[in-house]
Write a protein that binds this ligand. Sequence first.
Ligand code: 13P
Length: 244
Amino acid sequence: MAGNWKMYKTPAETRAFFEKFRPLVQDAADRQIVICPPFTNLAAAVEAAAGSRIEIGAQDLFWMKEGAYTGEVSGPMLAALGCRWVIVGHSERRQYFGETDETVLKKTVAALDAGLTPIVCVGERLEEREAGRTEAVLLEQFRIGISGLTPEQFARIVIAYEPVWAIGTGRTATPEVAAAAHRFLRAQARERYGEQAAARLRILYGGSVKPDNIKGLMAQEEIDGVLVGGASLDPLSFAAIVLY
Ligand code: 13P
């Protein structure tokens, strides 16, 4: 159950979140919980989550380890800070910051090299869905952004299916629509990496996940978890999602 805070909260607000959120989820032994705050809050989040079951991730990384890349942050830097996870190729990065399937693959490999678990995001835009191109888009994203990974690398990633039309719109994919996309992605994984790797792959759904729709989504066998934006900013609503 992962939260993507996007560009929200200060370090003080981060500490206040954890103070409320930690006790709410401390008994949830069967849940893996990840929170991805902005870079500027990672240190505060790692500290505030220490000794709890909550793990911390970043929202992006650069693929080089170090160098003259003003403004960028590398995988080893995130790992040194205590991050365990990193989101790669979120649709907002693709839309506003020019990320492509090619850069997604480079960043995924860089994350793995740094010992981080990448949450690799894929998903179609509204016009692509309406044109009946959902599977073609997912196939392309998988073929270029993911299938270049070795089997060993693939075994260590998590995929997030986030239909762009469902992000921040209040328009969730129905559990059935999400499950169909997950099934398609898993079929690609099976074809490229084999039955066992596909069965082990965890696919998260993201896009307007809320406390009142989490049960229906998680009831789908194909949906292994969720990547939550807006509803992860509030400790009560994110706890309600985590504990659904
Ligand atoms: P919302 O939950 O706010 O729709 O955002 C989803 C998302 O983009 C998570 O990465």
